[in-house]
Design a protein around this ligand. Structure first.
Ligand SMILES: [Zn+2]
Length: 511
């Protein structure tokens, strides 16, 4: 019988802290639901004291996702711990995750505390957390650069206070597998009560070793891994969930560990995250990159055609990558569409299906063959998660080598129920469309990032446009899918505008 390793997902906490990966409440909930389908054991939903938004995210994720343990991060102060417990109040399986640094460099410069003081703060934090819930995780931040004797002392003390999970993070991505192995082994040999807690690891990828270090720790006796989808996270990111899970699955002969992850949901989870954040996965990324299963060299293709095992150590299907085939066409009915979505794992309500069908027929008029990724794009584009203050009513743009690009844009302002039209001239059609939109809304956005990619094949492909736009110092992501780049750009930009309007309205309501 192989042993179970718990997968602790921190995409919504550590991952969300990385540049360009911030998510609003609706987006976090969508990601959380996908992580629940993926089968993670623990879902770290946020750092409640950090902001009202983080607090709300933890509370709503706890209300929505009932199967996984929901963890909330907090420092060791009573206010932090109480706030995280408040956010977890409705969770079916709550976990308080408290942390403090144990390395001398952090003690001296960040905390300005002595080792004795930090030891006492750790004890008190776990004791208080334990008065709220039985499931308490303690993290010794920067553990891999901490004095090992002191680390053992702190870990033993917090287990005495009732910590059920002790996390030994490589916060700065500094350790290497052999050293990490030694640290975990030392804890297991020297901490008297270590068998009363699960050892957890949390690795950062500054040297590209996060996955290797995590696997080394598992071999040394750790039984929980903290990781993120697509490896997002602070700086170079966290250990990537998909790589860890598939490494253990493919090399079960050498790493006989089970996880609860439904591997067929991996690709969808990766896509959902990219789609929400607009941060695309590099093409050569292991497991989920666009080229991860592409065989380019003729000799490889030849081998794979005879027997896939010649060059494939796992099948694309095992991580949920579908071999693309045409799924539907212009004459497919609503019933067929609903059934197809069901097979893809999306259960749509009646009104949702009606809406999807409307978008589907519109798309089927523009392109002959509808692929599965088109259907996903319909859901992602058509089901805006936020109220739309502005809707695109009409758009006309001209461009060419001989003329200045000009555009004419008509928007419906849903708050005032009136249509407004503006014209603009600019460097290119996208630029002039954005200027016309700004004239109407009165908001001035500055475009930080702009990406277009084809999500389906052929010259009639659907393109997906991602933008990062800053309004008054806050950046928002916007996205849209369309067969027309200018139309897609306008919609993506409007998506960001609508998010900014929504955030402002919420801030006004909260004040
Ligand atoms: Zn981290």
């Amino acid at each position: 019988m192989s042993e179970r390793v718990a997968i602790f997902d921190t995409t919504l906490r550590d991952g969300e802290q990385s540049p360009g990966c911030s998510m609003n409440l609706e987006e976090k909930l969508r990601m959380a639901r996908q992580l629940e389908s993926l089968g993670v054991d623990v879902l770290e939903a946020g750092f409640p004291i950090a902001s009202e938004d983080d607090f709300a995210a933890v509370r709503e994720v706890a209300r929505t996702c009932r199967r996984p343990v929901i963890a909330a991060l907090c420092r060791t102060t009573p206010e932090d711990i109480e706030r995280s417990w408040e956010a977890l109040a409705d969770a079916a399986r709550p976990r308080i995750h408290t942390f403090i640094a144990t390395s001398d460099i952090h003690l001296q410069y960040k905390l300005q505390k002595t080792r004795e003081e930090v030891l006492e703060m750790s004890r008190r934090a776990v004791r208080l957390a334990k008065s709220f819930t039985t499931d308490v995780e303690f993290s010794a931040e920067d553990a891999t650069r901490s004095d090992l004797d002191y680390l053992c002392e702190v870990i033993e003390a917090v287990i005495d206070e009732g910590a059920t999970v002790v996390n030994i993070p490589d916060t700065v991505g500094y350790t290497i597998p052999a050293e990490y192995t030694k640290i975990i082994e030392t804890l297991r040999n020297r901490v008297r009560n270590i068998d009363r807690a699960v050892i957890s690891v949390h690795c950062h990828n500054d040297l590209g070793l996060a996955v290797a270090n995590s696997l080394a720790a598992i071999a040394a006796g750790a039984r929980q891994i903290e990781c993120t989808i697509n490896g997002i996270g602070e700086r170079a990111g966290n250990a990537s969930l998909e790589e860890l899970v598939m490494a253990m699955r493919v090399r079960r002969d050498l790493m006989p560990y089970e996880t609860g992850v439904v591997t067929e949901e991996i690709f969808r989870s990766s896509q959902t995250l990219s789609n929400i954040t607009g941060v695309l996965v590099q093409p050569n990324k292991a497991i989920v990159g666009k080229n991860a299963f592409a065989h380019e060299a003729g000799i490889h293709q030849h081998g794979v055609l005879r027997n896939r095992l010649t060059y494939e150590i796992m099948t694309p299907e095992s991580v949920g990558v579908k071999t693309n085939s045409i799924v539907l066409g212009k004459h497919s009915g609503r019933h067929a569409l609903g059934k197809r979505y069901e097979e893809m794992g999306y259960a749509l309500s009646r009104p949702e299906l009606d809406k999807a069908y409307k978008l589907f027929t519109k798309l089927a008029d523009q392109k002959k063959e509808i692929f599965e990724e088109d259907l996903v794009a319909i859901l992602q584009d058509g089901f805006a998660q936020i109220p739309e203050r502005y809707k695109l009513r009409a758009l006309q743009a001209t461009a060419g080598t001989a003329t200045l690009a000009t555009s004419l844009v008509t928007l419906l302002d849903t708050a005032e129920d009136r249509e407004m039209t503006e014209t603009s001239a600019g460097d290119g059609p996208v630029n002039s469309v954005i200027e016309a939109i700004d004239k109407i809304t009165g908001l001035r956005g500055s475009l930080l990032d702009y990406t277009v990619r084809a999500i389906t094949r052929g010259t009639d492909a659907v393109g997906e446009v991602f933008v990062h736009v800053e309004f008054d110092g806050t950046s928002y992501t916007g996205k849209a899918a369309s067969t027309d780049i200018v139309d897609g750009s306008a919609r993506a930009y409007l998506n960001a505008v609508n998010k900014a309007c929504y955030a402002r309205a919420r801030a006004r309501n909260a004040a």
